[in-house]
Design a protein around this ligand. Structure first.
Ligand code: TXA
Ligand code: MG
Length: 326
């Protein structure tokens, strides 16, 4: 496609140097990197061909807008126009798992493809020291969706990324397992009132404590809230059955607290701690998918998760994993 990128980047390198990652990014290459939420598949957001390569590597069916990642709020706000609420939220939650959708500045060099041609741009400042260093060294807005093939489970380790995208991208910056384990909360501040587009790592309660009541997220499966929010997403290969108090004979079990003996199961949190469960969710789905298939099981039964705090985001991801495949 370009002089700086070949169609076959060869074997994907596993690297640990943020400086090395920044150099690949500056050269227009794709680099997956760890954040506190999930691994992102990064590219220079100002380089349309590098951004196009993200969609190609992921096999994304359409050009959903991507989040641009920055080392600081100041760097982010050079590309979008923050209102007072955005300033307040940035001060309260950045660096951290919150993405703000704001009107894009006409002067921003971010490619139209990264923003899917929208007048807004989604920006975030991740809370991970390695990602921070890479972003600061790159000195560029880095567009990054989750580093998985489209529609599959989001990666929370470098090994997950290699299993999904190995051979398709230049490098993976191994930054260890992701502490939050769920994608960022996406909040649209471009209209008259803030709208929660995607529940995520910052809870609704935490946001409301700072900015007051939020309008409701569209329920999973309802009309698309964020353009990229397909009903079926985060899908393991096996079907998922929700709100199961126990697994059937041909099912593996995604447990949250009480767990039956004998079943193939992954415990999200024995103490029913939602923070621990969020951090384990995608790892659990990856693991159950692989091991249940080996054992000839037909489905994954998922225990009920309370819809409070991070439970909202966990239930959102589980509902998508269980949704009819399109
Ligand atoms: O935690 C995360 O957010 C991870 C890490 C890598 O930062 N990234 C991530 O990106 O989850 P992705 O592409 O899987 O999800 C981005 C979401 C999509 O639902 C997309 O539609 C929405 O953000 N989005 C991006 N730009 C938008 C915009 N301008 N307006 C509305 N929604 C937008
Ligand atoms: Mg994703």
């Amino acid at each position: 496609m370009t002089a700086s990128r070949t169609d076959n980047p060869g074997p994907t390198r596993l690297i640990t140097s943020p400086d090395g990652a920044a150099q690949w990014l500056r050269a227009g290459q794709l680099v997956a990197f760890g954040t506190e939420t999930v691994y992102g598949l990064g590219a220079d957001a100002t380089n349309a061909q590098a951004v196009a390569a993200i969609y190609e590597a992921k096999g994304r069916p359409s050009f959903n807008p991507l989040i641009c990642h920055f080392a600081s709020a100041e760097a982010a706000f050079a590309h979008v126009r923050p209102n007072a609420m955005a300033q307040t939220l940035a001060a309260a939650f950045w660096p951290g798992p919150l993405t703000l959708v704001l009107p894009r500045r006409a002067s921003s060099p971010v490619s139209q493809l990264a923003g899917a041609g929208l007048p807004t741009l989604a920006v975030r400042v991740p809370a991970h020291p390695v990602a921070h260093e890479m972003l600061a060294l790159a000195g560029l807005p880095i567009a990054a969706p989750s580093a998985n093939r489209s529609g599959h489970i989001s990666p929370t380790s470098a090994a997950h990324v290699l299993a999904s995208l190995g051979g398709r991208i230049a490098a993976v910056l191994d930054s260890g397992p992701c502490a939050v384990g769920l994608e960022s909360t996406v909040l649209d501040l471009s209209g008259p009132a803030p709208v929660l587009l995607r529940p995520g790592g910052v809870t609704r309660e935490a946001l409301e404590a700072v900015i007051g009541p939020l309008s409701t997220t569209a329920a999973p499966g309802a009309a698309l809230a964020a353009p990229g929010m397909l009903a079926s997403h985060y899908a393991p290969n096996l079907p998922v059955r929700l709100n199961a108090t126990a697994p059937g004979l041909d099912e593996a079990f995604l447990a949250f607290g009480p767990a039956p003996a004998g079943a193939l199961l992954f415990q999200l949190s024995a103490t029913q701690n939602l923070i621990e469960a969020a951090a384990n969710l995608f790892k659990a789905l990856h693991w159950l998918d692989e091991h249940a298939a080996h054992r000839g099981l037909a489905a994954i039964a998922a225990a009920p998760i309370p819809a409070v705090g991070l439970g909202l985001a966990i239930n959102d991801r589980l509902a998508r994993a269980a949704a009819p495949r399109g």
